[in-house]
Ligand binder design. Structure first.
Ligand code: FMN
Length: 188
């Protein structure tokens, strides 16, 4: 009898999906808020779209956000500990789109050397103020949070930043922008 690997046998029975693909399918259904995390770099403020943001503790008020290890924002936050978290409302999907590109062109695989060398200023043309730590607070934010990073944990291929909320304001009304609304996926 020929040896058939257990995973492919199971895959055939389940309709050819591997165990990891089945996990991805399930995890794609996890709903998230769409946040714009801001930081202060040596050459100015930066911001990025992030899904993996959550409240961690009431007292003290702690929030957590998971960053890719090569994120420019993570490098900024490691240096000066400051971050802002902007919540947008559902009318701000075009504004959110401006933050989808990485700062460094090299982050996108397959780009030419010239395109990889480009630095993308995600805040160009966006209305914002800088808080006292140099982090961007978007004029159209539904709410914003100012936080101080206190702990950094390597968690697999991300770094979990645990941050103390120092200030926050609700600025507007409307429903917060979520992955259910945008259909954008950062999971699975
Ligand atoms: C919908 C969506 C959600 C994302 N969520 C996260 C996240 O939670 N953490 C993260 O590190 N990157 C996330 N990303 C990817 C970052 O936005 C992306 O890597 C960004 O370029 C990082 O910017 P930076 O290099 O300027 O820091 C997400 C991307 C999208 C499209």
């Amino acid at each position: 009898m020929t040896d058939v690997p257990a995973d492919s046998l199971l895959g055939a029975l389940r309709g050819a999906k591997t165990s990891d693909e089945l996990i991805q399918d399930a995890m794609h259904e996890m709903p998230y808020g769409i946040y714009v995390i801001g930081s202060a770099g040596e050459s100015g403020p930066n911001a990025m779209i992030a899904d993996w943001v959550m409240q961690l503790s009431f007292n003290p008020r702690l929030v957590g956000a998971a960053f890719e290890t090569d994120s420019t924002n993570l490098a900024n936050i490691k240096k000066n500990r400051a971050l802002s978290i902007n919540l947008l409302d559902e009318t701000s999907i075009e504004l959110a789109r401006k933050f989808l590109q990485p700062t460094s062109g090299a982050k996108i695989q397959g780009r030419s050397d010239d395109a990889a060398a480009l630095r993308h200023d995600k805040l160009a043309g966006v209305d914002y103020q800088l808080n006292s730590h140099g982090c961007p607070i978007l004029d159209r934010a539904l709410a914003w949070i100012e936080a101080e990073a206190e702990q950094f944990y390597e968690v697999g291929d991300h770094v979990l930043v645990v941050a103390h909320v120092r200030e926050a304001r609700l600025e507007g009304g409307g429903d917060p922008l979520t992955s259910t609304f945008t259909g954008w996926s950062y999971s699975g």
